[in-house]
Design a protein. Structure first.
Length: 338
C-alpha cells in the first residue's frame, strides 16, 4: 500500500516536494494546499492541474476560483486522506499548523524555516535516519545545512571527522524576490552561523563553527569547508567516496563548472524542471589537503536540495524502511539520482 502524502504550502519548496512525492513509486500525492492564486498555482493550472488543490481558509476559495484555479476541498478534506503532511509554509505557520495535524492524528515533516522545537527530531536522511523512525514530527535542516551534512557525513563514515570550519557565500534571495533589492553588497553575519550549529545538533560528535556572507545572487550557495579528519587518507580515496555518493556530483572547473551559474545552466540543459538539481556539486580542483585537514568547496542548489532528505523523512516517520541505506536507495532511484 502506498504512503498517502499531502503538501501544505505550494511555494518554492512545496512545489519541489510535490514533484518529489509524485516521483516516488511507493508514495501517492493526495494533493497540495495553499490560500492565494500565486504564480505557482496559475502555472499548475496551465499544466492541466496534475495535483489537486485544497484551500485552508474559506475566504481564499473565491479568489482561487475567480482566477480559474479549481479547488478540490478544504484543508480538513486533504488531511482526512493523508498519512503524513509535508509542511512547507512560511516560518511560524508550521508551528500553528502542528496543532491541526495533531487533532487529526497525523504525522508531519516541517522544513528548515521552522524552529527545531516544532518537531520530535531534527532530521537528516544521511546522518541520523534511525532517529526519525516512527516519530510523529520531523524537521528538516535548511538547504545549506542539508548539502553540508551530506559532504561531512560522507567523510565521517570514511575516516571520521573531528572539526569543521565553514564559510558560506549565500545567495541573498530566491529568484523573483525583487523586494529584497540588495545589490553591490556582501553582507556579513556574526559567527558562528546557524548551519554550523545545526550540523553539531545532527552530528554532536563533531565540533563546528563558521561564517556566512550574503551575496547579490539568486541561484545557489557556495560553501567552503575545512574539515579535520581523524585519520590520514589519500585524495584519490576521498574523491572515489564523493563520486560514489548519489547525492554529491563531483565536477571539474576545467570542464566549465566554474560557478553557481554554470551549474544552474547545466541543470536546464539537462532538461530538469525549473533547472532543479537534487545533488550538490563538489568542485574537484578545490579539494586539497594540509596534514589531516581537507579543504573543498561545494555548490548548494537551494530550491530542490532538501527534496531527497524530505522523502527519507517520510520513509522514516512511517517506517516504510527501517534501514537507512535501503531508504536512501529507494528515494534516490525514484528521483533519478545516480
Amino acid at each position: 500500500m502506498k504512503a498517502r502524502v499531502g503538501v501544505v504550502g505550494y511555494g518554492v519548496i512545496g512545489q519541489r516536494l510535490a514533484d518529489g512525492v509524485s516521483r516516488q513509486k511507493d508514495m501517492e500525492l493526495i494533493g497540495v494546499a495553499d490560500i492565494a492564486p500565486t504564480l505557482a498555482l496559475r502555472a499548475l493550472v496551465e499544466q492541466d492541474a496534475p495535483y489537486k488543490l485544497y484551500c485552508p481558509i474559506t475566504s481564499g476559495v473565491s479568489a482561487l476560483e475567480n482566477a480559474g484555479i479549481p479547488v478540490s476541498g478544504s484543508l480538513e478534506d486533504l488531511l482526512a486522506e493523508c498519512d503524513i503532511i509535508l509542511d512547507s509554509t512560511s516560518a511560524g505557520v508550521g508551528l500553528r499548523n502542528k496543532e491541526i495535524y495533531q487533532a487529526h492524528n497525523l504525522k508531519a515533516i516541517f522544513q528548515g524555516g521552522e524552529k527545531s522545537d516544532v518537531a520530535d527530531v531534527f532530521f537528516h536522511g544521511c546522518a541520523n535516519y534511525d532517529s526519525g523512525l516512527g516519530k510523529n514530527f520531523l524537521k528538516l535542516t535548511s538547504c545549506n545545512t542539508t548539502g553540508l551534512i551530506r559532504a561531512i557525513d560522507c567523510l565521517d563514515r570514511l575516516v571520521g571527522v573531528e572539526r569543521v570550519i565553514i564559510t558560506i557565500m549565500r545567495r541573498v534571495a530566491d529568484p523573483g524576490d525583487s523586494h529584497r533589492g540588495l545589490t553591490d553588497v556582501a553582507l556579513v553575519e556574526p559567527a558562528p552561523n546557524h548551519q554550523a550549529l545545526d550540523l553539531m545538533h545532527i552530528m554532536p560528535h563533531i565540533e563546528a563553527t563558521g561564517l556566512l556572507v550574503h551575496l547579490p545572487i539568486t541561484h545557489g550557495h557556495i560553501i567552503s569547508v575545512i574539515a579535520t579528519l581523524k585519520k590520514t587518507v589519500s585524495k584519490d580515496t576521498v574523491l572515489e567516496r564523493f563520486q560514489a555518493h548519489p547525492r554529491i556530483r563531483v565536477v571539474k572547473i576545467a570542464d566549465g563548472f566554474n560557478s553557481n551559474a554554470a551549474l544552474f545552466r547545466y541543470a536546464r540543459d539537462l532538461g530538469h524542471k525549473r533547472g532543479d538539481m537534487y545533488d550538490i556539486a563538489l568542485f574537484e580542483e578545490t579539494l586539497v589537503f594540509s596534514g589531516r585537514e581537507i579543504i573543498f568547496a561545494i555548490n548548494i542548489p537551494q530550491e530542490a536540495v532538501v527534496t531527497p532528505e524530505t522523502m527519507d523523512g517520510v520513509r522514516a516517520s512511517l517506517e516504510m524502511q527501517t534501514n537507512r541505506e535501503e531508504a536512501m536507495n529507494r528515494t534516490d532511484a525514484y528521483l533519478g539520482l545516480k
